[in-house]
Write a protein that binds this ligand. Structure first.
Ligand code: T5A
Length: 215
């Protein structure tokens, strides 16, 4: 399938800093869309395909400084290429709606705005690896950095290499996500993730039903 092949399903991503509540909201969104008769696949990055899950292990574990920002970006894009080609594109082509916990905007926010890799370099890698492939809708869950880290730490299940990075890094990537939304308003929406999970879901559902005409 080339980047020009028409899609039948929709590709939605949820983005945000650590502990913003993406997993919680994706589960609710899957239930709501399934009840309305859509075939829904949920997935995540880094990971989502067998090869990408192996690369994930290299990214979310180990010493904070084990990769420089370019190596880290290339690892995320190697994983993403496998995920898109083996899982996301085939599902979309069959008419399945795909919801991913993180996608390319995370690389821009974390490795670009957070770690300082040149944003035009990241855009160039995106074009090289994915061409014109893009999300239909990206919802950014925006939450105070310290609150997000507190929520994420309360889970204590390992895979915490990024959570261990310093607070300034997390503050920069939060601003990065907001900047991404400002520069791509057609594709992105920001919602306040500080309320309880029901309130956040209501805001998410408003965005989904307003932006995607099939819902
Ligand atoms: N990364 C990823 C990059 O650097 N570049 C990239 O290109 C990509 C794709 C992945 C890491 O990789 C980095 C970013 C990440 O650091 P991960 O383990 O997948 O790591 O981590 P996260 O994506 O951050 O996932 P988390 O599980 O930490 O956060 P979620 O999914 O946003 O949050 P969730 O739903 O698990 O909730 C966290 C806790 O908060 C509670 C939940 O019950 C849970 O305990 N909670 C709430 N509490 C109060 N109010 C609410 N509204 C709540 N919603 C959830």
């Amino acid at each position: 399938m080339t980047s020009d092949t028409p899609r039948k399903g929709r590709f939605i991503t949820l983005e945000g800093g650590e502990g913003a509540g993406k997993t919680t909201q994706i589960n609710r969104l899957k239930d709501a869309l399934t009840k309305r008769g859509f075939d829904v696949l949920t997935t995540r990055e880094p990971g989502g395909s067998e090869g990408a899950e192996q690369i994930r292990h290299l990214l979310v574990n180990g010493d904070v400084a084990r990769w420089d920002s370019m190596t880290e970006t290339l690892l995320h894009y190697a994983a993403r290429r496998d995920h898109v080609e083996k899982v996301i594109r085939p599902a979309l082509e069959q008419g399945t709606w795909v919801i991913s916990d993180r996608f390319a905007d995370s690389t821009m926010a974390y490795q670009g705005y957070g770690h300082g890799l040149d944003l035009t370099v990241i855009n160039g890698i995106y074009k090289l690896v994915l061409g014109e492939f893009s999300t239909d809708l990206t919802v950014i869950l925006d939450l105070d950095t310290e609150e997000g880290l507190k929520r994420a730490n309360s889970r204590a299940e390992g895979e915490d290499r990024y959570e261990r990075m310093d607070i300034e890094f997390h503050q920069k990537l939060r601003q990065g996500f907001l900047e991404i939304a400002r520069t791509s308003p057609q594709r992105c929406a920001v919602i306040d993730a500080s309320s309880d999970a029901d309130t956040v879901f209501n805001a998410l559902w408003d965005v989904i039903s307003n932006r995607l005409s099939e819902v």
